[in-house]
Structures are given as structure tokens and as C-alpha cells.
Design a protein around this ligand. Structure first.
Ligand code: PEP
Ligand code: MG
Length: 578
């Protein structure tokens, strides 16, 4: 009998295939009993994993570049030290022998006991070291081969659908090159970076399903409807037939859009709108070219730093930026400096230490706290600037003084390159993200320092409404058309337009078809979204009469009643050609 689960749709159409369950948390560790004779082999397997992990950590410590944050070296040394402690190397051996259990289970039990001890410590710094213990334990798990996110290789009967409790943005980046058809998770918010990467993969996906991983079995047939947010487990033949025809219709509609590739994004009353694309890794650029986007409006460069143990060097970054800039053949490429922190944690960052990571050392704050690392990136960007039209964008700016400090770092980076005799382009445009309400309110003051601004609606909504964008428990409060959000958006766009400073929206709102006319009506002429959405947004732009939309949106902005706003939005989108 079919079972239907409902979650948050991320888009990408419909997939029908077999489930592959991904174990990621320590709660999902396998447990099995061993015969007495198997114990020596199990102990040897454990010892080997410890040795491999130690070698790995020592290699990493030796490879830390000089410009790496001091935190990175300290973090690795601490992990080497932890791994030499009998609490991790000896105690689990004792558990394997005493309980005749597998090494993973023994290690998990020991880790749980240690976490309990750490939790009882009053002193905050020491208490937080439990995260380091857990990270070391995770490394040992991976080397035991029983843990980590792995995809099956070889023949797979049917399409592969990943089922996970949660996936980190770093996992999603690793999956970019893997052959799977859809993914679903138990948790997550619609603008979390996991969801954003899901959209950029253009695969059917549904998140916040709560207990999908518990209910679905390995290799079970499932349907993922990324449009409606529905997952069908073990569908019966009638349901399957119905979804197969929906899948066909969705694919046909998608194929029809392709004919818009070379048509201009021009409104019915002749206004040209720029449609740019967002990317996370250099290989995404092919999709941008395919969609015939006007440029890259947001390259989230921090993904170059995720899912790895070492830092990308200046040279490695330069190659990545050059690849993207060259591929766009003169079209603009806006590269955001690393926006790490909150849900995008590099392994060397101290997880969990901040009580409130989204309000902690993230975005430009982290860049400014690590000037050597920041300058290596700025130098890589400036070196790539001679290969096309590169723009630099600073993330999470909350005020003018941060912006001034970031620009000062850019000047130092340019001076260093000049001294090294390396050519850079002149007049590289520099911009600031507007994603903190404070920045939106004082955006006018930025204009004497920057050439453009880009509104990050994902964070702007999160910070304006005090709703964690990754937490599905509060996702019903995450409202892009909350009157306060609309006021900040409209103020930013209006102020920039009045000053003649280019303004774009690069958050998920830019690719959300329900929001296209709303943003157009606010006076937005530059959008940036994941590549798969460019043609669908273009279709709406081409069917919109701008002046009429502006009148309707002006009325919308005058009300603070959410019900009226919802009605007016429906009206705005329902009218054909308005
Ligand atoms: C945003 O906040 O809207 C944005 C574009 O940045 P990110 O989603 O990477 O935080
Ligand atoms: Mg952001």
C-alpha cells in the first residue's frame, strides 16, 4: 500500500526510483555481535583506523599554509592530542572485548560517555571541546569504513534517490558529480544552503519530511514530487502511472522553455531585465552558459573551502575564478568573498563554539578576522580579473565601517600584487550584499564606496523576522512577503535606483516565480538565481506589463495586513500579461 509523506518542496520535477539510505549521524551507527574468534580481527581493524586517522591528521598539520588562521593549526594539534589519549585509543578496545561488539558500536558508546562527561563541565571553553572529540571520532568512523556519506557504486536497478536525515551543504557539493535522481531529508528549511544546492542540482527534492529516513527501507521504490513536496513510499501501480504521466508533462514543459534561450528578457512595455545565475562551484558554469544567462550574479566562493581538510591556496582559487570568468566570455561574473559560518562550516572552524552562529563570526566578519586568508582570496580574485569582467562582492555587511575595512584589505592585496609584478584589471567593480536589515536601512551610505549592491533575501528574511532559515520548526514563519520584508526590499531598490547604483536580488526570491512580478513592480531590473530557473523567470518577464505591475505593487506596499498582501500577490500573478 502506498504511503504519502508531505514536506517542503524544493522543485526539480518528479523522480521515480529506489531509495538509498544515507547514514550520517552517530545515531545511525550499526551494531552487531561478534564471535569470540572474530575479536582479534575487529581489534586490529580498530587499531588500523586509529593509525590511519593519526597519519591523516599529521599530514594535514604539516600542510597548513602560513596564511591559514591560527585557529586551524591549533584545531589540528588538539585533534592529534585527543587521538593519542587512551580514552579514544584504549577504552573502545575494552568495550569491543567486553561486549563482543563491532568497533563502530564500541567507539560510539565511548563517544557518548565522553560527551556526557564534557556536558557536566561548567567552564564553557572546556565544555565546548566535546565538539573536537566528536570530530575526531567522526574521522575514525570514516576510516573504519562504516560511516560517512557514500553512494553505492556499480549497477543500480532503477534511479537512485538519496534518503537522509540531514545533509550538510558540504555533502551536497560532494554530490554534485554523483549520478542520483533525487534527494529527500527529514529536516531543513527552504532557503537553507542544502536546499539551495538541491535547487542548483536541478533534481527533484523534498525536505522537512520529519521521519522519512525511519519509514523508508533501502532499495524501496519511492516517488519524489519536488513540485508538490510529496513523497510516495511503495506506490501502487495506479499511483505510479499517474506520477509517470505527471513526470512526462513536467519534462515537456521544461523542454518548451528551451525555445526562450535566445529571446530577450523584455517586458511587454519594452523594459530589458538582466537575468544572471548563481553558482557554487566552477563546473556549474556550463549550466549558466546553457541557460544563456546575462552573467554570474553570485558565485558562492565559500564552497571552495567546504568538504575538505586543507585550505585552497591562492593559486587554486585563482584557477577556479579564472575558469568561470573566462567561460563567461566577457559577461560579468560576480564573485562573493567567502561567506563561511552559520550552516557553512569549514572543517577547521570550531563547530558549535558560538552559541548563536548565525549572529557570530560569519561572512565579512570572518574575512576581516582572518586578514591573511582574506587577502589570499582577494589576490586570487584580482589575478583572475584580467580574464574577463570580474566583480567582487562582500557578504553579510552590516555597516559602513566593515565595508571600509574590507576595501582597505582589497587595497593591500592590490599593492602586494603590484609589488609581485602581477597584472590586474583596472576598475574592478566592488559591491556589498544587503542581507542584514541594518544594511538595508543605511544602504544609501554605501553608495560612495561601492559600485553595486546585491540583496540576499535568504538572510534578509531570516534576520528581519528572527526565523532560522534552516529550521523547519519555524519555517511557517519564514515569510518573503511579510510587510517588514517588503518595506526593506522596496527601500533598498528605490534608494539604489534613485542614486543610479545597480541593485540586484540574488537570494532565492529572485528565482521564485511567485515573486518575479512583485520584484519587477518594486523597480528591480537585475535578478540572479540558480541556472535552471532563468528561462522560467524570463517567460514571466516577457508576459508582464511593467507599468501596470508597478501600480499594483505600490498598493501592496501600502498595506501591512498579511491577508491583503497574500490576496494582492495572487491577483498580481493571476493576471495574464497584467
Ligand atoms: C542570501 O542570503 O540571500 C544569499 C544570497 O546568500 P546565501 O544564501 O549564500 O546566504
Ligand atoms: Mg546570505
Amino acid at each position: 500500500m502506498s504511503i504519502a509523506l508531505h514536506g517542503v518542496p524544493i522543485g526539480g520535477g518528479i523522480a521515480i526510483g529506489r531509495a538509498h539510505l544515507i547514514s550520517q549521524s552517530m545515531d545511525e551507527v550499526v551494531h552487531y555481535q561478534l564471535d569470540e574468534e572474530a575479536l582479534p580481527e575487529e581489534l586490529a581493524r580498530f587499531d588500523e583506523a586509529i593509525v590511519t586517522t593519526r597519519e591523516e591528521l599529521e599530514r594535514l598539520t604539516a600542510s597548513v599554509p602560513d596564511n591559514a588562521p591560527a585557529e586551524m593549526k591549533a584545531f589540528l594539534s588538539l585533534h592529534v592530542m585527543l587521538l593519542s589519549d587512551p580514552m579514544l585509543t584504549e577504552e573502545p578496545r575494552g568495550i569491543i572485548e567486553a561486549q563482543r561488539c563491532n568497533a563502530e558500536w564500541a567507539l560510539k558508546q565511548q563517544a557518548d560517555a565522553l560527551v556526557e562527561q564534557f556536558d557536566a563541565i561548567e567552564e564553557t571553553y572546556l565544555r565546548e571541546r566535546k565538539h573536537d572529540v566528536l570530530q575526531v571520532v567522526e574521522r575514525v568512523f570514516k576510516n573504519l569504513n562504516g560511516q560517512g556519506v557514500e553512494l553505492p557504486d556499480g549497477d543500480w536497478d532503477g534511479e537512485l534517490i538519496l534518503v537522509a536525515h540531514d545533509l550538510s551543504p558540504a555533502d551536497m557539493v560532494l554530490f554534485k558529480d554523483s549520478a542520483f535522481s533525487a534527494f529527500i531529508t527529514d529536516v531543513g528549511g527552504s532557503t537553507s544552503h542544502t536546499a539551495i544546492l538541491g535547487r542548483s542540482l536541478d533534481l527533484p527534492s523534498v525536505i522537512a519530511l520529519h521521519n522519512a529516513r525511519e519509514l523508508i527501507h533501502e532499495e524501496e521504490w519511492i516517488i519524489v514530487d519536488g513540485e508538490q513536496g510529496v513523497v510516495m513510499i511503495d506506490p501502487d501501480p495506479l499511483v505510479l502511472d499517474d506520477y509517470r504521466s505527471r513526470q512526462e508533462r513536467w519534462r515537456a514543459a521544461r523542454a518548451d522553455l528551451a525555445c526562450l534561450r535566445l529571446s530577450p528578457a523584455e517586458t511587454l512595455d519594452g523594459e530589458f531585465i538582466e537575468l544572471h545565475a548563481n553558482i557554487e562551484v566552477p563546473s556549474d558554469i556550463e549550466d549558466v552558459v546553457d541557460a544563456s544567462a546575462d552573467g554570474v550574479g553570485l558565485f558562492r566562493s565559500e564552497f571552495l573551502f567546504l568538504g575538505r581538510d586543507t585550505l585552497p591556496s591562492e593559486d587554486e582559487q585563482f584557477q577556479a575564478y579564472r575558469k568561470v570568468v573566462s567561460a563567461m566570455q566577457g559577461k560579468p561574473v560576480t564573485i562573493r568573498t567567502m561567506d563561511l559560518g552559520a550552516d557553512k562550516n569549514a572543517r577547521w572552524m570550531s563547530h558549535g563554539v558560538a552559541d548563536n552562529p548565525a549572529l557570530g563570526l560569519t561572512g565579512i566578519r570572518l574575512c576581516l578576522a582572518e586578514p591573511l586568508l582574506f587577502r589570499a582570496q582577494l589576490k586570487a580574485l584580482m589575478r583572475a580579473s584580467v580574464y574577463g569582467k570580474l566583480r567582487i562582492l562582500f557578504p553579510m555587511v552590516s555597516g559602513l565601517s566593515e565595508l571600509k575595512q574590507a576595501l582597505a584589505q582589497l587595497e593591500i592585496a592590490k599593492d602586494e600584487l603590484w609589488e609581485e609584478g602581477i597584472a590586474i584589471a583596472e576598475n574592478v567593480e566592488v559591491g556589498a550584499m544587503v542581507e542584514v536589515p541594518a544594511a538595508a536601512l543605511v544602504v544609501g551610505s554605501f553608495f560612495k564606496l561601492v559600485d553595486f549592491v546585491s540583496i540576499g533575501t535568504n538572510d534578509l528574511i531570516q534576520y528581519t523576522l528572527a526565523v532560522d532559515r534552516s529550521d523547519d520548526a519555524v519555517s511557517h514563519l519564514y515569510d518573503p512577503v511579510h510587510p517588514a520584508v517588503l518595506k526593506l526590499l522596496s527601500h533598498t531598490i528605490k534608494t539604489a535606483n534613485k542614486a543610479g547604483v545597480p541593485v540586484s536580488v540574488c537570494g532565492e526570491m529572485a528565482g521564485d516565480l511567485r515573486m518575479t512580478r512583485l520584484l519587477l513592480g518594486m523597480g528591480l531590473t537585475r535578478f540572479s538565481m540558480h541556472p535552471a530557473q532563468v528561462l522560467a523567470v524570463k517567460q514571466i518577464v516577457r508576459g508582464t506589463h511593467l507599468e501596470t505591475v508597478k501600480e499594483l505593487v505600490a498598493r501592496m506596499l501600502r498595506t501591512e495586513d498579511p491577508d491583503k498582501i497574500a490576496d494582492m500577490l495572487t491577483q498580481l500573478n493571476a493576471a495574464p500579461g497584467v
